[in-house]
Design a protein around this ligand. Structure first.
Ligand SMILES: Cc1cc2nc3c(=O)[nH]c(=O)nc-3n(C[C@H](O)[C@H](O)[C@H](O)COP(=O)(O)O)c2cc1C
Length: 228
């Protein structure tokens, strides 16, 4: 009888038994102040379930992270979390993706060696037929230098505020930071990237003038950036 219950995939017992296979958090590597500079043609992809547990990582992701596939598979995505990253950025990320929205975030990740690498993210939400979120795909490209340089002092301030006053205080600071600049996280990052590539204007050949780029052109820019 007990045997039957154990092997019935419908039973809660079986489910909790299966869940035990989920990895306990690994010891995080000690950060080393050395960057892994990513090749521009790399796209680091990971696919997770709805809770951010890794189901799949492509070869580029695996190679850069320094882990083996079996170490990444079934691990919480925080396996590559770098302690310099403010918690509020992940709070924003989760709020967005749980609302089925993308976020172009600049993230410092931690490799198994303790070295770090900077990426920009692009999320795809996986839904079932009823529209329930069943997982996420995260594409990452090397973050442009200008974007990294801009977020380093901001992230440092946010981390310090979090350490002293908690994540709500850093969220208020971040909101104020964007309010002061009349922008939001994505536009701030997009502008940095576009400015960096001097793409904030395009030449209108017909009228031989330079004009500001439109939302559509921005979109196709990100399409080109991520290559799909
Ligand atoms: C699809 C997906 C991709 C993610 N990618 C990263 C990532 O590259 N780096 C990272 O630190 N966290 C990533 N996260 C967020 C983590 O799940 C986690 O919230 C974050 O690392 C903070 O960890 P903590 O809540 O344990 O502090 C991702 C989450 C999802 C759903």
């Amino acid at each position: 009888m007990e045997f039957e219950v154990k092997n019935n995939p419908e039973s809660n017992f079986w489910q909790s038994f299966e869940n035990q296979k989920r990895k306990p958090r690994m010891m995080r590597p000690t950060p080393v102040d050395k960057e892994i500079v990513l090749d521009n043609d790399k796209v680091l992809l990971s696919i997770t379930d709805a809770k951010g547990v890794i189901e799949y990582c492509n070869e580029d992701f695996v190679a850069v992270s320094g882990y083996e596939e079996h170490e990444l598979s079934n691990a919480a995505h925080s396996i590559v979390r770098h302690p310099d990253m403010p918690r509020v950025v992940f709070k924003l990320m989760w709020t967005r993706i749980q609302n089925k929205q993308n976020i172009i975030a600049v993230v410092k990740n931690l490799a198994k060696t303790g070295r770090y690498y900077w990426v920009i993210t692009d999320f795809v939400i996986k839904e079932d037929k009823e529209g329930n979120i069943i997982g996420y795909k995260a594409y990452r490209k090397p973050a442009p230098r200008k974007a990294i340089e801009a977020v380093i002092p901001l992230y440092r301030k946010l981390r310090n505020i979090e350490d002293t006053n908690g994540v709500e205080a850093s969220e208020r600071f971040l909101n104020g930071f964007f309010e002061g600049k009349n922008t939001n996280y994505d536009d701030f990052i997009e502008k940095l990237i576009i400015d960096n590539l001097e793409l904030d204007t395009v030449v209108d050949n017909e009228n031989e003038i330079e004009k500001p780029i439109t939302k559509m052109e921005r979109k196709s820019f990100f399409k080109r950036l991520f290559g799909y």
